[in-house]
Design a protein around this ligand. Structure first.
Ligand SMILES: Nc1nc2c(ncn2[C@@H]2O[C@H](COP(=O)(O)OP(=O)(O)O)[C@@H](O)[C@H]2O)c(=O)[nH]1
Ligand SMILES: [Mg+2]
Length: 185
C-alpha cells in the first residue's frame, strides 16, 4: 500500500487545524487551541487510489504548530515528507511575508518539487472572499494557489485538495519506480 506524508504549515491562527479537520473529516474543534508541536491525522480518501484497481492510499496529515518556537522540531517534521501545504490568510499582510520563510524551510531546503507544494489562501468567516489582488513575488508565484472559504464554497477546496493528493500519489509512485529501477540496474 502506498503511503504519503503531507505537512500543513504556516502562520499561527491561519486556519490549518480547521482545514485539516475539514479535509480529513475529523470532528470539529470549536475553541481555539494553538497546536502544540504537531498533531497527526491519518486518513484515506475514496477518490484517491494508488492504482486503477482501486487500492487505497494511506495518508498522514501532519498539522504542525505555527509557532517558530517549535523550530527545533522541524527536522523531525520534514523527514520523509512527500508534500507541504502552506496555509495563510490573504488579508493578513504579515502572513504574506511569513510564507516565504515556510516555503524556504519546508520546501526548498527539503529539495521538494514545487508540484509537491500547495498554497492555500484561507478565508475565515467574515473576512470577505476577495480573491482578486493577491500577487505573490517569485518564487511563490510559481506555486499552485487555491482559495478556501468553508462557509461560501466548501466543495471548492475539497476538490482542489483531492487533485493535490492525486499529484502527490503520482510523485510518490514515480520515485518508488525510480528506486526499484536503480536497484535492478
Ligand atoms: N467557523 C470558522 N472558524 C474558523 C475558520 N478558519 C479559522 N477559524 C477560526 O480561527 C481560529 C484559528 O484557526 P486554526 O485552524 O486553529 O488555526 P491554526 O493556528 O492555523 O491551526 C479557530 O479557532 C477558528 O475559530 C473557518 O473556516 N470557519
Ligand atoms: Mg493549529
Amino acid at each position: 500500500m502506498l503511503k504519503a506524508k503531507i505537512l500543513f504549515v504556516g502562520p499561527c491562527e491561519s486556519g490549518k487545524t480547521v482545514l485539516a479537520n475539514f479535509l480529513t473529516e475529523s470532528s470539529d474543534i470549536t475553541e481555539y487551541n494553538p497546536t502544540q508541536g504537531v498533531r497527526i491525522l491519518e486518513f484515506e480518501n475514496p477518490h484517491v487510489t494508488s492504482d486503477d484497481k482501486g487500492t487505497a492510499c494511506e495518508f498522514e496529515l501532519w498539522d504542525c504548530g505555527g509557532d517558530p518556537k517549535f523550530e527545533s522540531c522541524w527536522p523531525a517534521l520534514t523527514k520523509d515528507s512527500h508534500g507541504v501545504v502552506i496555509v495563510f490568510n490573504a488579508d493578513t499582510p504579515s502572513h504574506l511575508k511569513e510564507i516565504d520563510m515556510w516555503y524556504s524551510c519546508f520546501v526548498q531546503q527539503q529539495l521538494l518539487q514545487d508540484t509537491q507544494c500547495l498554497l492555500i489562501a484561507h478565508h475565515k468567516p467574515g473576512s470577505g472572499s476577495d480573491k482578486g489582488n493577491l500577487s505573490l513575488s517569485p518564487p511563490l508565484n510559481k506555486l499552485k494557489l487555491v482559495h478556501s472559504n468553508l462557509e461560501d464554497d466548501p466543495e471548492e477546496i475539497r476538490v482542489e485538495f483531492i487533485k493535490y493528493l492525486k499529484s502527490i500519489v503520482n510523485s510518490v509512485s514515480e520515485s518508488r519506480d525510480r528506486e526499484e529501477m536503480s536497484i535492478i540496474t
